[in-house]
Design a protein around this ligand. Structure first.
Ligand code: TYD
Length: 138
C-alpha cells in the first residue's frame, strides 16, 4: 500500500531565457505514469479546502502553476503537509492517499496531471471508508 513517503516532489525541467520560462512535463518520462487527463483548479475562494478524498487507482502530479497552496497528505497512518509554491515543482501522489488542498494564495492555480480519465467510482470520499479499505488491502 502506498504511504506518504511515496508522495515526492519531482523537480521539473525549467527552460529559461530573457523572454520567460518553460516547464515541459512528459508522461512516463518526467512523471511515472501515462497522462490520461489534465485539469486545473482556479478561482479558489480564500479559506476554501479542496480534495477531501482518496483515489483507489488514480495517480496524480500536482503543480502550482500560479501562486501557492498546501497539500495535506494522509496514508491512514501518518500525515504530512507539503506546500507547493513553484511552477517547476510537481508533487507526485500515488493511489490510496487521502489529500486535502488548502491555504490557496489569491489567484493560485493548481494544475493536475492524472493517470486515468474521470471516474467517480475511483473515489473514496468518506474517510472511514478509506481507512476500512486500507485495512482490507493490508
Ligand atoms: P473533485 O475531484 O471532488 O474536486 P476537488 O478534489 O478539487 O475538490 O471534483 C469536484 C466535482 O467536479 C465533482 O462533482 C466531479 C467533477 N469532476 C469532473 O467531472 N471531472 C474531473 O475531471 C474532475 C477532477 C472533477
Amino acid at each position: 500500500m502506498p504511504t506518504i513517503d511515496d508522495c515526492k516532489i519531482i523537480n521539473l525541467p525549467k527552460i529559461s531565457n530573457r523572454k520567460g520560462n518553460i516547464t515541459p512535463v512528459e508522461g512516463f518520462h518526467t512523471v511515472p505514469f501515462d497522462i490520461a487527463r489534465v485539469y486545473y483548479l482556479y478561482d479558489v475562494p480564500g479559506g476554501s479546502t479542496r480534495g477531501g478524498h482518496a483515489h483507489k487507482e488514480l495517480k496524480q502530479l500536482l503543480i502550482s502553476v500560479m501562486g501557492a497552496f498546501d497539500n495535506i497528505l494522509d496514508d491512514g497512518h501518518k500525515r504530512k503537509t507539503v506546500r507547493l509554491d513553484r511552477a517547476y515543482y510537481g508533487l507526485y501522489v500515488p493511489r490510496m492517499i487521502w489529500r486535502e488542498l488548502e491555504n490557496f494564495s489569491s489567484g493560485g492555480i493548481c494544475l493536475v496531471l492524472a493517470s486515468l480519465p474521470y471516474d467517480e467510482s475511483d473515489y473514496h470520499r468518506d474517510y472511514d471508508e478509506f481507512l476500512e479499505s486500507i485495512k482490507k488491502q493490508a
